[in-house]
Every structure is written in structure tokens, then in C-alpha cells.
Write a protein that binds this ligand. Sequence first.
Ligand code: HEC
Ligand code: HEC
Ligand code: HEC
Ligand code: HEC
Ligand code: HEC
Ligand code: HEC
Ligand code: HEC
Length: 321
Amino acid sequence: MRIFKYCLLLTVIVGFGAALPVNLQAQEEEETVLENAAGNQTCLNCHGRSNYFYYNENLGRELKERMNPYYIIDSAEYYRSNHKTFYCTDCHSVYYETFPHPGELRMEEKFACIDCHGGDEEYAKFNFEKIEEEYQKSVHSTKHSEDFTCWMCHNPHSYRITARSSENIKETIIYDNVICLSCHANIDKYQLLTDRINPNLLEKHEWLPNQALHFASVRCVECHAATENEILVAHNVQGKEMAVKKCVECHSANSILMGSLYKFQAKERRNKFGFFNASVLNDTYIIGANRNYYLNVVSLVFFGFVVFAVIIHGVLRFARR
Ligand code: HEC
Ligand code: HEC
Ligand code: HEC
Ligand code: HEC
Ligand code: HEC
Ligand code: HEC
Ligand code: HEC
């Protein structure tokens, strides 16, 4: 009986001892995640939903109020974004922790992308400096220089890289087009910047056949922004008179899409196979698109067979003699 007890005790001790380090490590990780999320949760308790509560000292009770819809942050989107590891107060003043928020915070200057990313080796591949330079030339910047910032397109609470990382080109096209449409199809946001009536884009693009298919197959920037070798996504959006209107710019073997939409894939493929071509675009639309990888492989194999046959033939003839 006593032996049984000792055995039990020993098992418990050994079991606990073995589990302890694993447990501690897991607990630590969980704690940091929780700490991070908990820090933001104070803000998201109010900014993550359409109603919020606060204690009104004058009335001596808790009140429920509606959140300004423009100030609601989708936490699921936030935790998928590039800056998901951030505390809200990494970008916003810590004085936001008090409520009502102090009035002067409204005047607070926001960081620009370049403040953090400029000259940083780790982000050299994005070439922020060149993007900034290109953006400065765009209609958006030249017409509304101070008010139009990078954040207008890169929502600080949801932006994530897509063109560079996504396997799915269609998804990228939608993601990128929604950025433009968040303004060009949204009169409130558009008129933050100008008193102009938002032009109806469907009407303005009526000249394009099968508009829905085109808008799902190419990005706005393909036709509206000047490409630049050193950056992946063109940022120099030009006036409408500069926009691509000629069908052959895309529907040809030398499609401009190779230098824009398929740029990243083109680079990757070039590294892999030594060349790349318009096979991504449906070949039927493209004149002279015959540099297909698989066709090349097939013709190489045929060529190999022919050479092989000639050699065998030669050897046999030689042997017979
Ligand atoms: C008790 C609810 C509540 C909490 C908690 C709260 N906020 Fe707010 N916040 C509001 C309300 C309501 C407004 C809009 C009214 C106003 O401007 O005060 C607002 C406005 C803001 C604004 C826009 C201010 C402007 O005028 O441009 C920012 C930025 C902001 N909050 C950030 C934060 C951050 C960061 C946190 C967490 C550290 C936080 N808030 C926590 C309720 C809250
Ligand atoms: C990467 C920096 C960054 C982080 C992280 C960040 N914000 Fe913001 N936030 C901004 C910027 C920049 C603006 C101003 C956007 C603009 O002017 O278009 C802003 C605006 C806001 C606004 C005002 C609404 C608006 O669109 O003007 C609220 C509210 C807000 N942030 C709350 C939060 C909360 C809550 C968190 C954490 C969950 C958070 N922010 C995290 C940069 C950030
Ligand atoms: C307050 C400083 C700060 C600001 C402002 C800021 N970033 Fe960042 N950004 C960071 C940090 C730090 C990371 C790395 C986050 C991580 O790894 O969790 C990052 C990550 C990124 C990434 C992802 C890099 C990768 O390799 O995955 C991109 C892209 C990016 N930021 C673009 C932008 C853009 C565009 C803006 C402006 C609209 C901007 N950032 C503003 C600090 C900042
Ligand atoms: C008119 C809208 C617009 C403005 C303004 C804008 N961007 Fe972008 N930016 C985009 C779009 C669209 C993408 C493509 C997003 C994706 O699919 O990854 C992008 C992508 C990026 C990327 C990632 C590129 C890569 O190589 O993966 C960076 C970095 C960036 N922008 C920085 C900036 C900076 C810095 C500014 C301000 C100087 C700025 N952007 C202003 C629309 C804009
Ligand atoms: C934050 C709002 C906003 C976003 C986001 C935005 N734009 Fe604009 N865009 C404007 C405004 C406002 C104008 C009008 C400039 C003017 O004439 O005053 C404009 C002008 C233009 C023009 C010039 C039209 C002309 O009359 O010549 C083009 C082209 C354009 N935008 C394309 C784009 C593309 C492509 C994107 C996405 C990469 C984009 N915009 C994103 C607000 C926006
Ligand atoms: C196939 C090329 C192509 C695509 C894709 C395209 N556009 Fe255009 N867009 C044009 C051309 C060409 C014009 C000039 C039309 C004219 O002047 O008759 C134009 C005109 C415009 C104008 C100016 C309207 C005006 O008259 O003030 C805006 C703004 C605009 N496009 C935004 C967008 C946005 C946003 C997207 C993506 C959803 C987009 N475009 C997709 C080619 C294109
Ligand atoms: C910015 C590049 C671009 C421009 C400019 C462009 N297209 Fe396209 N077009 C595409 C892409 C990409 C597709 C989709 C190919 C696919 O997915 O099969 C497409 C599809 C089509 C289709 C096939 C529709 C279907 O039902 O299958 C037709 C027809 C077409 N384009 C005609 C035109 C005409 C005519 C013009 C000039 C007025 C034009 N395109 C300008 C890129 C472009």
C-alpha cells in the first residue's frame, strides 16, 4: 500500500516537473499576446463597436452612447494588418487612455510612413523613398498636397501588403481597386478633399467593353499610374488625359501588364525558368504570344528525340559497314 502511494507521488512529481518548463513557456507567450491585445482592448472596448459605455461623473451613473461610425475599427482587420503588433498608443498619444479625450489631442500631428520606414535597411526592398518621390508627382499630391497623405490609401488600421505576398492575383486586384474606390465611389470621403461632384466611374469608362470583367481583371493603377522600375506598385497617378485607352497596350505580346500587374510574378518566373511570357493572359487575345514555357519544353523534347534518332541512325549505319 505504501509503495503504491510512493509510486503515485513520484509519478505526480515527475509528471509535473516535465510539464513545468513547457507550461511556463506557453504561459509566457500567451501573456505577451494577451498583454498586447489587452492594451488595445481598452481602446477597442469603445472603438471596436457601435455602442460604448462610460461613467458620467456628473450624473453619477454609467451611460451608453453611439460611437461615431468613422471612428469604429474592425479588430479582425486590425490584427491581420501590417501593423498588427502595434499598440494603438504607438501611433496615438498615450493621453487617449483618458476619457473624455483631451481636446488638444485633435491637433496632434500624425506620423508619416517615411518617419518610421525611411532609410531603414530592413524595408529597403519596398523603396519607400522612391514611392514617396513618385507619389509627390501624382495628381493626388499636386492638387491636394497637404491634405492628401499616404494614409488616405493605406488605412492605418487595416492596410496589409497584398501584391507582393498574395498567390491570388484576382484577390490583389480587388484589394487594390477597393482602395481607389474607397474614395472614387464614396462621395463623403472624396469631398473631404474637393468640392467637385464625384464623377460617375461607370459612365466615364463606358468606352471599355465588358467593364465588369476588366475591373476584375486589371487594377486602376494599370491604366492610371506611370510605371517605375524600382518600385513594385506604381504610385504616380496621372490626370485622366494620360490614362491608357489603347486596347493593344494590354492585348498584345508586349503587354504593359508585364511591367505592372504581373511584375512580381514575372520576376519570380524569370528567376525560375529564365523567361516569362503572356501565358497568364488568355492567349486568344494576344497576337504572337507563343513563348509558352510548356510549348518550349515540348519542342525541346522533340528536338532531343530528333538528335537522338539521327545519332542512332548514324551509329547503326557505321556498325553495319
Ligand atoms: C470610453 C470610450 C473610449 C475609450 C476607452 C477610448 N476612446 Fe477614443 N474616442 C471615443 C469617442 C466617443 C470619440 C469621439 C469623441 C471625441 O472626439 O472625444 C473618440 C475619439 C478618438 C479619436 C479621434 C479624435 C479626433 O478628434 O481626431 C482617436 C484617435 C481615439 N479616440 C483614440 C483612442 C485610443 C488610442 C484609445 C485607447 C488608448 C481610445 N481612443 C479609447 C471613445 C473612447
Ligand atoms: C500605424 C499607426 C496607427 C496605429 C497602430 C493605430 N492608428 Fe489610429 N490612426 C492612425 C492615423 C495616421 C490616423 C489618421 C488617419 C487619417 O488622417 O486618415 C488614425 C486615426 C484614428 C482614429 C480617428 C478616425 C479617423 O479615421 O480619423 C481613431 C478613432 C483611431 N485612429 C483609433 C485607433 C485605435 C483604437 C487603435 C488601436 C486598435 C489605433 N488607432 C491604432 C494611425 C494608427
Ligand atoms: C510608427 C512607425 C510606423 C509608421 C508611421 C508606419 N510604419 Fe509600417 N511598420 C512599422 C514597423 C515597426 C513594422 C514591422 C511590424 C512587425 O514586424 O510586426 C512595419 C511594417 C510595415 C510593412 C510590412 C513589412 C513586411 O515586411 O511585412 C509595410 C508594407 C509597412 N509597414 C508599410 C507602411 C506604410 C505604407 C505606412 C504609411 C501609410 C507605414 N508603414 C507607417 C512602423 C511604422
Ligand atoms: C492613391 C492611393 C495610394 C497612395 C496615396 C499611396 N499608396 Fe502606397 N500603395 C497603394 C496601392 C494600391 C498599393 C498596393 C497594395 C498591395 O496590393 O500590396 C500600395 C503599396 C504600397 C507599398 C507596398 C509596395 C510593395 O513593394 O509591396 C508601400 C511600401 C507603399 N504603398 C507606400 C506608400 C507611401 C510611403 C505613400 C505616401 C508617400 C503611399 N504609399 C501612398 C496606393 C497608394
Ligand atoms: C482619399 C480619396 C482618394 C483616393 C483613395 C483615390 N483618389 Fe483619385 N482622386 C481623388 C480626388 C479628390 C481627385 C480629384 C482631384 C482634383 O481634380 O481636384 C482625384 C483624382 C484622380 C484622377 C484624375 C482625374 C482627372 O480629372 O484627371 C485619377 C485618374 C484618379 N484620381 C485615380 C485614382 C486611383 C487609380 C486611385 C487608387 C490607386 C485613387 N485615385 C485613389 C481622391 C482619391
Ligand atoms: C483599361 C484602362 C482603365 C482602367 C482599368 C481604369 N480606368 Fe479610369 N479612365 C481610363 C481612361 C482612358 C479615362 C479617360 C476617359 C475619358 O477622358 O474619356 C479614365 C477616366 C478616369 C477618371 C476621370 C473621370 C473624369 O472624367 O473626371 C477617374 C477618376 C478614373 N478613371 C478612375 C478610375 C478608377 C478608380 C479605376 C479602378 C476602379 C479605373 N479608373 C480603371 C482608363 C481606365
Ligand atoms: C489595362 C489592360 C487592358 C486594356 C487597356 C484593355 N484590356 Fe481588355 N482585357 C484585359 C484583361 C486582363 C482581360 C481579361 C483576360 C482574361 O482574364 O481572360 C481582358 C478581357 C477582354 C475581353 C474579353 C472579354 C470576354 O468576354 O472574355 C475583351 C473582348 C477585351 N478585353 C477587349 C478590350 C478592348 C476592345 C479594349 C480597348 C477598348 C481593351 N480590352 C482594353 C486587359 C485590358
